[in-house]
Design a protein around this ligand. Structure first.
Ligand code: HAM
Length: 558
């Protein structure tokens, strides 16, 4: 017997009824984002590795040890081939094949005919022609207009792969030759002469070399890449974008920490003239997060706040830290010893208990902030105070990604254990420039959706009412199945979440099934059907009530 396959460690299947909670969280988030005038962005799940190396930072844990990165093999660039082909073979002569300058004197009438009825456009496949190699050595593909079939491309790639182990093979060349033929099916038509139409040989290297790709470990770098790529700053407006989707990090899995996890995040980014640097943006984002967590029903969250200053402030602080670490670092963990040299700021992330008293004695970043960063941070805090959003300053909150400047923050929750960050974020005023874009200060956050679900599940008990149908209909006997379907239809049309049982079940079995899936059971027997008075039992109170059919929906919703 073959071994059963399982989901990969650190990934998991999400199943009902828990998925209902995921959907509710996402619906609430979309609703709040819409009220704050955010629009949705969806970026690809994988990107060029360089995006994360440059954006998130080579020295961060995420980039240095947690990314899923692979070399994407050489690819056949069909688009480039088409562009080259067309620019080489453009012709205004109507007797010529549209995409190729063919040697067609003898066949002009045929081509005119083909052009006229558009046969050429229909024939877009191509085939490899074994045994019909052209003089010379490159593999030959026959195609039309010019397009190469996927089979031909894989055959070519395979041949090149083989050639790598055979230095003498002519397939080491990266050339493709194209030839136009009258397609076989066209030849079945009586008016088509069966001749090959030869196009000038066309050669070139149409292979792109291998590229390093990475499953996104976070979404901010991708959003900023898209902002630059689509010139979103050119409108002069602030871009307010949110996303919901999977992220990937090769971390040691534990409760609340997975290798595939989902983030709900948002970014506000734009040219400085649009107000993207204003401390009001920071305060508005934090106020929105307080609203979102409250509307999700998450109580007891804590907001921790810090400012890591400008890039120059950070450099100054890094030097202060480096100097302060010299006399003490030999007593610290190996990771801290490495960080003290490569990126001293990361020492503040250390969780090793023995290192904590030493870290407490190190200088704090607040003392390295310049006047502008100080004023900015004070304005953020003043706006939060005015809006009544509670927060606590945490000098050690420098965050594990290198793009942050000025405001950084995390919302934590005591119920989560070691992985207690519900969400994290901050300002990244230099990220766009780091990625080769225009000046575009920004601020954003990402919430761990898995952790939101864990927090909400812990608040609900095992038989969480929120995850159950409002009622289970139990027909008493097969003869009542159709009537039960009618009743279910009636209630569902009124917006109720209903599970339909089966008249073939004994009453005990119906009760057991109902208790697992619904808050109430509705018994539907002959008497109930005739009288229109149904017996409804509420599982949490144990109370059984007679309810007139017309009042059922109201009764069940309360
Ligand atoms: P982050 O702090 O790396 O920030 O991640 C944000 C949140 O994602 C964390 O607070 C946590 O809830 C969740 N999370 C991270 N790793 C895992 C994991 N392995 N398993 C489950 N949940 C996880 C960022 O990703 C930044 N891009 C946030 C941001 C947006 N900054 C500015 N804009």
């Amino acid at each position: 017997m073959s071994q059963t396959l399982k989901a990969i460690r650190g990934t998991r299947d999400l199943l009902p009824p828990e998925t209902a909670l995921w959907n509710r969280i996402e619906a609430t988030a979309r609703d709040v984002f819409a009220r704050y005038n955010f629009g949705e962005i969806r970026t690809p799940v994988f990107e060029d590795t360089a995006l994360f190396a440059r954006g998130v930072g080579e020295e961060t844990d995420i980039v240095s040890k947690e990314m899923y990165t692979w070399e994407d093999g050489e690819r056949f660039n069909e688009q480039r081939m088409i562009v080259d082909w067309e620019s080489l073979n453009r012709s205004d002569d109507p007797t010529h094949v549209q995409a190729g300058r063919a040697h067609v004197e003898r066949l002009s009438p045929l081509l005119t005919q083909l052009n006229a009825i558009g046969v050429q456009r229909e024939v877009t496949w191509g085939v490899a022609l074994p045994g019909q190699q052209l003089p010379g050595s490159a593999p030959e593909f026959v195609c039309f207009r010019p397009r190469i079939s996927s089979e031909a491309i894989s055959a070519l790639l395979e041949a090149r792969e083989l050639a790598k182990s055979d230095p003498a093979s002519h397939l080491r060349q990266t050339h493709v030759r194209l030839r136009l033929v009258v397609p076989a099916n066209a030849a079945d038509n009586p008016w088509v002469e069966r001749h090959d139409v030869t196009i000038q040989w066309f050669e070139g290297n149409f292979f792109d070399s291998a590229q390093s790709l990475t499953l996104r470990p976070e979404n901010t770098a991708g959003v900023v890449r898209a902002y630059i790529e689509h010139g979103l700053g050119e409108s002069g407006q602030l871009q307010k974008l949110y996303y919901i989707g999977p992220q990937f990090r090769r971390e040691r899995p534990q409760k609340g920490r997975y290798r595939q996890f989902s983030q709900i995040g948002a970014e506000v980014i734009g040219p400085p003239s649009a107000g993207s640097e204003s401390p009001l943006r920071d305060a508005e984002i934090l106020e929105m997060l307080a609203t979102l967590l409250d509307e999700l029903g998450i109580s007891g969250w804590k907001l921790e706040l810090n400012s890591v200053g400008s890039a120059a402030d950070r450099a100054r602080y890094n030097e202060a830290l480096r100097a302060a670490l010299v006399p003490v670092v030999s007593q610290m963990c190996v990771d801290c010893q490495r960080r003290a040299v490569t990126n001293p700021l990361r020492v503040l992330d250390c969780k090793v208990p023995a290192d904590q008293p030493i870290i407490e004695t190190l200088p704090v970043i607040a003392d390295s902030l310049d006047e502008a960063s100080r004023v900015h941070f004070a304005a953020v805090m003043a706006a939060l105070d005015a809006a009544g959003v509670p927060y606590k300053r945490n000098h050690r909150l420098v965050r594990g990604l290198d793009y942050y400047t000025r405001t950084t923050f995390e919302f934590t929750h005591g119920g989560l254990g070691a992985q207690n960050a519900l969400l994290g974020g901050g300002r990244y005023d230099g990220l766009s420039e780091m990625l080769g874009g225009p000046r575009a200060p920004g601020i954003g956050f990402a919430m761990g959706e898995d952790r939101l679900v864990l927090t909400l599940l812990a608040a609900l008990d095992q038989n969480a009412a929120a995850l159950k149908a409002e009622a289970y209909i139990a027909p008493l006997g097969d003869g009542l199945n159709a009537a039960a379907l009618v009743l279910a239809r009636e209630l569902r049309h009124q917006g109720l979440w209903i599970e339909l049982g089966d008249g073939g079940f004994r009453l005990k079995k119906s009760f057991e099934a109902a208790d697992k899936t619904a808050r109430h059971i509705i018994i539907l027997g002959e008497d109930e059907l005739k009288s229109g008075i149904l017996t409804v039992k509420n599982f949490s109170t144990g109370i059984q009530t007679k309810v007139p059919r017309a009042e059922l929906a109201v009764f069940l919703s309360n």
